[in-house]
Write a protein that binds this ligand. Structure first.
Ligand code: URA
Length: 240
């Protein structure tokens, strides 16, 4: 059953206007009206029959939006950057909606990044209990041995008192200098793949996230995104 009332900050964030923290600021600045009157209390209860305006525009019930971005290297996964580097949000400006990134990819990692305004879906995808597998295409220096693949698969000490859990390695190819393989993990520790590869003595040279659950990055061009449909969301969660 739909909730008949919600706090004013929630109504605005659910409508995809901005995060709850930001909407609270805007409400306190007097930019929001309920039934024609300025309300500065973000915790004000709004009933379904009420009309809400933000900066003079009527707030419509939030339509959920989900996108898959092919993140290029050189873009940070945060809204602002102290060093003024480009952010992934610069790449989705034409959406005209507030979205957040579900998890993050390092500056030097490229590939599949999900952005949405659906906080519940984002949390579901991220929470460790969901055990959603994430697959990376990895290029490392040196030749990775069978024994080292087993180490990656069994879990190993990745420093700072942390261990990686079980993983799956699929070798792709190797030359005298480099090895390429797919690595699937179900956790999201900070810089996990890089730390796993460092732990076996093969620093990462290139890292691309190619799959989340059963959803493939596919042919989305670098720096571009595509909107997702309900069946894509099931795939992301690992359901076929
Ligand atoms: N693991 C990493 O080391 N970096 C990423 O960006 C994602 C996973």
């Amino acid at each position: 059953m739909k909730k008949a009332r919600a706090t004013l900050d929630r109504v605005l964030s659910k409508a995809g206007i901005a995060s709850r923290t930001t909407t609270r600021e805007w409400i306190q600045q007097g930019r929001v009206k309920v039934n024609g009157r300025v309300v500065k209390n973000p915790d004000f209860w709004v009933e379904q029959k009420d009309t809400v305006h933000f900066d003079g525009a009527k707030v419509k019930a939030g339509k959920k939006v989900y996108i898959a971005l092919n993140k290029p290297t050189g873009f940070v996964t945060s809204t602002q950057d102290k060093k003024n580097r480009p952010t992934v949000f610069d790449l989705v400006q034409d959406l005209g909606r507030w979205v957040f990134a579900v998890g993050r990819l390092d500056l030097d990692t490229s590939g599949l990044l999900i952005l949405t305004n659906d906080t519940e879906f984002g949390e579901l995808l991220l929470q460790p209990e969901s055990k959603v597998p994430k697959t990376y295409y990895v290029k490392v220096s040196g030749v990775v041995t069978g024994e080292q693949c087993t180490q990656l698969e069994s879990g190993l000490d990745i420093g700072r008192g942390e261990r990686s859990g079980k993983a799956v390695v699929k070798p792709v190819r190797a030359t005298e200098k480099y090895s390429w393989f797919e690595l699937t993990i179900t956790e999201g520790k900070n810089r996990q793949v890089r730390r796993m590869c460092e732990a076996i003595g093969h620093p990462v040279l290139k890292l691309v996230r190619i799959r989340i659950g059963h959803f493939e990055l596919g042919d989305i061009p670098s720096g571009k995104y595509r909107k997702l449909e309900p069946r894509d969301l099931s795939r992301l969660l690992g359901r076929k």
